[in-house]
Write a protein of this length. Structure first.
Ligand code: FAD
Length: 503
């Protein structure tokens, strides 16, 4: 006799892209009770999307949780360190700013540092808010050193993520997953069997007649959304009214020298271009709106902006920004592109895979998932996507650009109420209140708001109770220490050569 409360005996992962192999590596490490089976089905003919090379700091913990040694991973994936993103021409042509990882300054007596910056910003020698960030200082110096534990060291605030070759990362996780007991099945899924009564997915049918049965299915099938979208018909919420870019063209280039420890996002006339430095090459791409630019023009703009000679063929991709109405339906959970996609401006997609996996662990079901667990998972994931959506929309909305129809559209469009409220609150007195589970903390919102010239009219009144001479002295000291520290640490390229260069 089986009961709905029997444990899940077999987990089937559909797809072997970044999402599939991240999920496989995590479930086989943490949910392996000796009796559970793990199977991953992927089709070599269909292949993977093959982009997705920039990440954000939580990936460091994900790798650590999997027992991955950083230098080994970096060598295997041609990775570099990422300390932030530089935005060029977003507010206006000719203007640039950084969104560095980690803290911006440090709070005094319970008041956020940016409030002091805001109060004193018109004084000589105050500089930009990012002059108070060690990661920004390292970006400007093309330098890298790992975080230090010493609370007196400016390097204690060093916070990093990675740029890596997505195909090599999937291959690296595959090797680990297979050692941990995952069976890989190569083949194209042509049909999906469901239980007649409940509609639960019971098995996948492969082109060559093989059948793969399972209790719980992780849909990592990419934009095809084979189980959640196609089989279970969970609708897609289209967010392109706020994020109108719907195409991309990617073109690798030769390696950059010096090697920057940051991603660059340069606004173009109908979207933006990315530049991602890896050890062996540079990832380049152009994300654009097909309503304002055609594919040939987009590719030409990408080629014109290359900083190193091309090192491969251009690949064109299409997408619609948005999310599925539910990420978990019946016994299917979508991870990665099959659940939704927000353009890669802040490199959040791989993080959303990680979030989906960790929330699945919190709410890991029995063989018949309960409705309440599914509801909670869907609530948490939807909230995550909405927070990220708002953060990305901010980059477009808060622009002064009026040089093309695309920028006129995004500058004047309505934005979600949740974002309009955050912008108004920041304009008033620079306040940012971090919401529960919002991926981006106060320093990120502050860096982008100020970078996009959303300038507060006032500041927190508590600032005025501090001695101005003491505040200014402290700020000057902070800035000088960070610049001096960045000047004495190794160059990013030298650090990699010494510790984690790919063979
Ligand atoms: P895919 O890589 O598409 O994998 C889908 C898998 O499903 C494949 O193995 C395929 O073979 C399999 N499959 C599908 N149908 C079948 C079938 N019928 N039978 C068998 N197997 C099947 N994210 C970031 O975090 N940072 C970035 O910098 C970034 N840049 C991006 C740039 C662009 C232009 C785009 C479009 C995305 C970017 N992303 C980025 C997102 C990132 O690429 C994805 O989140 C990530 O690669 C995960 O993809 P996936 O595994 O969900 O899908």
């Amino acid at each position: 006799m089986t009961s709905p409360h029997d444990p899940v005996r077999s987990i089937v992962i559909v797809g072997g892209g970044t999402a599939g192999w991240m999920a496989a590596a995590a479930v086989s490490r943490f949910l392996n009770n000796g009796q559970r089976q793990f199977t991953l089905v992927e089709s070599d003919t269909i292949g993977t999307i093959g982009v997705g090379e920039a990440t954000i700091p939580p990936i460091v913990n994900f790798n650590r949780m999997l027992g991955i040694e950083e230098n080994d991973f970096m060598r295997a994936t041609q990775a570099t360190f990422k300390l932030g993103i530089e935005f060029v021409d977003w507010y206006r042509r000719g203007k640039r700013y950084l969104h560095p990882f980690g803290e911006l300054g440090h709070d005094f007596e319970g008041v956020a540092f940016h409030q002091f910056w805001s109060a004193y910003r018109d004084q000589a020698d105050v500089g930009a808010i990012t002059d108070y960030s060690i990661t920004a200082a390292a970006c400007y110096a093309n330098a890298y050193a790992p975080a230090e534990r010493d609370p007196r060291s400016p390097l204690r605030q060093m916070t990093h993520a990675y740029h890596f070759d997505a195909t090599l990362y999937a291959a690296y996780l595959r090797r680990r997953s297979e050692v941990q007991g995952v069976t890989r099945v190569e083949g194209r899924i042509v049909d999906v069997e469901q239980d007649g009564e409940s509609g639960f997915v019971t098995a996948l049918l492969l082109e060559d007649g093989r059948r793969v049965e399972g209790d719980l299915f992780l849909d990592c099938s990419g934009f095809r959304s084979l189980l959640l979208g196609k089989t279970l018909d969970v609708a897609y919420r289209d967010w392109s009214r706020w994020l109108p870019c719907d195409r991309a063209v990617a073109l690798p280039g030769e390696r950059l020298s010096p090697l920057p420890p940051y991603t660059r996002a340069t606004a173009d006339s109908a979207g933006w271009r990315w530049r991602i430095p890896l050890q062996h090459r540079t990832g380049n791409g152009h994300v654009y709106s097909s309503a304002y630019m055609d594919a040939n023009m987009a590719e030409q703009a990408l080629r014109d902006g290359l900083e190193t000679p091309p090192a491969g063929e251009a690949r064109h991709l299409g997408f619609t920004t948005g999310v599925r109405e539910r990420f978990w339906e019946k016994n299917v959970i979508a991870l990665g592109l099959s659940g939704g996609f927000i353009e890669p401006l802040e490199s959040t997609s791989i993080h959303l895979i990680q979030t989906g996996i960790s929330k699945l662990f919190w709410l890991f079901p029995d063989r018949r998932p309960s409705a309440v667990e599914r509801r909670e998972y869907n609530r948490l994931m939807t909230e995550q996507y909405e927070y990220i959506r708002d953060f990305i929309v901010l980059h477009y909305k808060a622009t002064a650009r009026d040089d093309t129809p695309f920028w006129n559209h995004v500058r004047t469009m309505d934005v979600p109420d949740s974002l309009a409220h955050k912008i108004d609150l920041f304009r008033e007195k620079g306040r940012v209140l971090r919401y529960d589970h919002d991926l981006f903390g106060v320093p990120s919102w502050v860096a982008v708001m100020l970078g996009q010239h959303v300038l507060p009219h006032g500041h927190d009144p508590l600032v005025d109770s501090m001695d101005p001479a003491r505040v200014q002295q402290t700020m000057q000291r902070m800035r000088a220490t960070l610049t001096a520290t960045a000047a004495r640490i190794p160059s990013h390229a030298d650090y990699i050569a010494a510790h984690c260069a790919a063979p």
